[in-house]
Design a protein around this ligand. Sequence first.
Ligand SMILES: Nc1ncnc2c1ncn2[C@@H]1O[C@H](COP(=O)(O)OP(=O)(O)OP(=O)(O)O)[C@@H](O)[C@H]1O
Length: 312
Amino acid sequence: METVLTVDRLGKSFKDTRIIRDISFHVKKGEIMAILGPNGAGKTTTIRSIMGIMYPDEGSVEFHNHTSKEIPRHKIGYLPEERGLYKNVKVMDILLYFAELKDYPLKKAKQRALEYLKKFGLEGKDQVSIEELSKGMGQKVQFIASIIHEPELLILDEPFSGLDPVSQEVFKDEIKELAQNGTAILLSSHQMNLVEQLCDRLFLIHRGQKIIYGTIDEVKKEYANFKCTILGSHNREELEGMTQVQRVEQNDNVSTLYLAQNVHIPTWLKQLPDNLEIQELRIDRVSLHEIFVDIATGKNLMEEGGISSDAE
Ligand SMILES: Nc1ncnc2c1ncn2[C@@H]1O[C@H](COP(=O)(O)OP(=O)(O)OP(=O)(O)O)[C@@H](O)[C@H]1O
């Protein structure tokens, strides 16, 4: 698939503080790519630099073959992190205003606006003023505003924040459908579970730098080691001394053993000590959520392997 957006070695400082450095990734047509990271990691700074709202100090942003001022902004849709639309304007008027800003034909925009309002459960709200909508409804209208002009590239900064689970599903389905129809999508989030369900690739950023970059499958294969959870009373040192155990966590009488990347589970299970008390035993892969939390809190599950900065 053709590459729509290329971000190359982006860097940005505020005063003397480096906020992001050496950020490089691309987004292809029809693909959903996530920028993930804890609060303050640099997601919004990266997105604002791509959008030209902020000027990066280093690196470049390319949309197809266009750079900086030549980028045709009307082919890009953007849902900013800060929500809010003019309060005393009618829903349809605001949507048509956004379409006009992007030079999109108004008749077509009106039709699309009505279709989307219906799809998002806001049928009949087109003549209601924004201030009469709930926060979630307002967010849906803002989402429609970002896609009204059929953008080739859609950038969504925290699209799911503040939404109830049902609205999250509605957004997820719509984002998937847009990608299936060829839109290149870049979204930021700190909700690993949603990213896992929705995205093709992810870029994990922490303290302004790349930590992991790859497809969801690659990331899982490379970082989501096995863990073994055993119910029973155990001596911690004994568990720590077992082969291929990298780390042990204990909580009451539940012990979790984090295993090495190349462990062969059937072989490993066979060598468990005869005297080990097992009331229950479970083998799972470490979830992407756990990987995320570990990185964000500076703990490293994969102590031997470490977190690579070259996942691609
Ligand atoms: N205008 C600014 N002046 C100075 N520092 C800034 C400015 N904007 C952002 N920062 C700093 O840059 C860092 C990254 O912020 P950014 O908003 O990009 O993070 P984020 O990953 O989007 O976080 P969140 O998930 O909390 O929205 C933070 O430490 C923030 O304080």
